[in-house]
Write a protein that binds this ligand. Structure first.
Ligand SMILES: Nc1ncnc2c1ncn2[C@@H]1O[C@H](COP(=O)(O)OP(=O)(O)OP(=O)(O)O)[C@@H](O)[C@H]1O
Length: 233
């Protein structure tokens, strides 16, 4: 569904992605893991067309994304830090997104209700707590029922109840056959979600394998312990 082929990206003298090649298929829930600054967000932004690789290429359902911006409508993106117009209410942000996307049917508002955002619709974005802002970002990512979800640190700042709601939603969408790419530093949260692990280190893809194979290779059941073993080796 998404293929990255020898993707390289530098910012000035700093090479952030080095020959990254991966193949992501529908129905997979992939954890993108790596130390701070290893290039995870940059890679995600390449998939979204927000950062253009210096060389290499990315295809979405067989088409090079360089020639086709339309593909973005199939991806729901939850950024690490969502930025919204400060003076808009939550309701206005959702309306604006629906207007931009001209998407009137097949809207998924489950998270809006599960997070209780429907009761906060008249609040202005600048007055929201960090966690509520995260809930808005999550609800927007799922709103248009996309085939692919890219979630950058989705549970950061969420309280335990909201985290569980989001995890259950991710599991439900995965079961519908969607492709989900998720970064998190809280590895224990990923244990019941993921089918695959991609491990980036200093911009290089150290491995991309199934969670079963990672467990077998490391002899560890828990993702956090398995990754710790990889990092020590
Ligand atoms: N627009 C930019 N201009 C210059 N340097 C950048 C830019 N974006 C990212 N970088 C640098 O690229 C490197 C990788 O950053 P990136 O955000 O991709 O890492 P990450 O793995 O997502 O990190 P974290 O776990 O901290 O979120 C960092 O050294 C960062 O400072």
């Amino acid at each position: 569904m998404i293929i990255a082929n020898n993707v390289n990206k530098s910012f000035g003298k700093l090479q952030v992605l080095k020959d990254v090649s991966v193949n992501c298929e529908e129905g997979q829930c992939i954890a993108l893991i790596g130390p701070n600054g290893s290039g995870k967000t940059t890679f995600i932004k390449c998939l979204l067309g927000m950062v253009v690789p210096d060389n290499g290429f990315i295809t979405f359902k067989g088409s090079n994304i360089i020639h086709d911006w339309e593909y973005r409508k199939h991806i729901g993106y939850m950024p690490q830090i969502g930025r919204y117009p400060d003076n808009m209410t939550i309701a206005q942000v959702f309306e604006m997104m629906k207007d931009i996307r001209k998407h009137k049917t097949n809207i998924d508002e489950e998270l809006i209700h599960a997070f209780g955002l429907d009761k906060l619709m008249q609040k202005r974005m600048r007055t929201l707590s960090g966690g509520t802002r995260q809930k808005v970002s999550a609800a927007l990512a799922f709103l248009f029922n996309p085939d692919v979800l890219i979630l950058d640190e989705p549970t950061a700042g969420l309280d335990p109840v909201a985290s569980e709601i989001l995890k259950e939603k991710i599991i439900a969408e995965k079961q519908k056959g969607k492709l989900i790419l998720i970064t998190s530093h809280i590895l224990s949260e990923l244990d019941d979600l993921i089918t695959q692990v991609m491990y980036l280190q200093e911009g290089q893809l150290r491995f991309h394998k199934s969670i079963e194979l990672l467990r077998k290779d490391t002899g560890e059941e828990k993702l956090a312990k398995a990754i710790a073993r990889v990092m020590q080796s």
